[in-house]
Ligand binder design. Structure first.
Ligand SMILES: [Zn+2]
Length: 153
């Protein structure tokens, strides 16, 4: 049996909700997944990649829809990481496909990957995709637009 996760992150990679907002959103997540033990609040020191595991189908340039090379992307992600500050810097780079500049955060990922300092993660949550209503409840509780990442290993 494989493990899978549903991760809720703010769209803004640097955004960390207030402690009260974190707790309320974690409580709400626990209600949705019916197993409170599987919900975890994660706060990184800096911006970290939240991966979708083997759910990834491709990484695309948001401007010309060209597929980007994954090895090149991996190398870029490594170079983008500031070891001293323990954070992805998300510095924009010029892409070779069409010459537009984007940061790692701005690329189009199918399925979604995300960059975040704060994350709410549920392990084996027994839910499918979150509904629009659930997403907007999270956004209200956390006080920010969110992104949902589905991953399995
Ligand atoms: Zn392009």
């Amino acid at each position: 049996m494989s493990d899978h996760w549903v991760t809720v992150i703010p769209q803004d990679p640097w955004f960390v909700p207030t402690v009260q907002a974190q707790q309320q959103a974690a409580e709400y997540f626990s209600q949705i997944v019916a197993d409170p033990d599987c919900v975890e609040v994660i706060i990184h020191e800096g911006v970290e990649l939240h991966d979708c595991g083997c759910n990834l189908a491709g990484i695309l340039c948001p401007s010309c829809d060209e597929f980007l090379d994954e090895e090149w992307w991996d190398a870029w992600t490594g170079e983008d990481y500031d070891v001293d500050r323990k954070t992805q810097t998300l510095t924009p780079r010029q892409l070779t496909c069409c010459g537009e500049s984007y940061s790692l955060h701005q690329l189009y990922y199918d399925f979604d990957r995300g960059f975040a300092t704060f994350a709410l993660e549920a392990e084996n949550p027994n839910v499918g995709e979150l509904s629009l209503e659930q997403k907007s409840n999270f956004e209200q509780l956390l006080g920010c637009p969110i992104k949902v990442i589905y991953s399995h290993l």
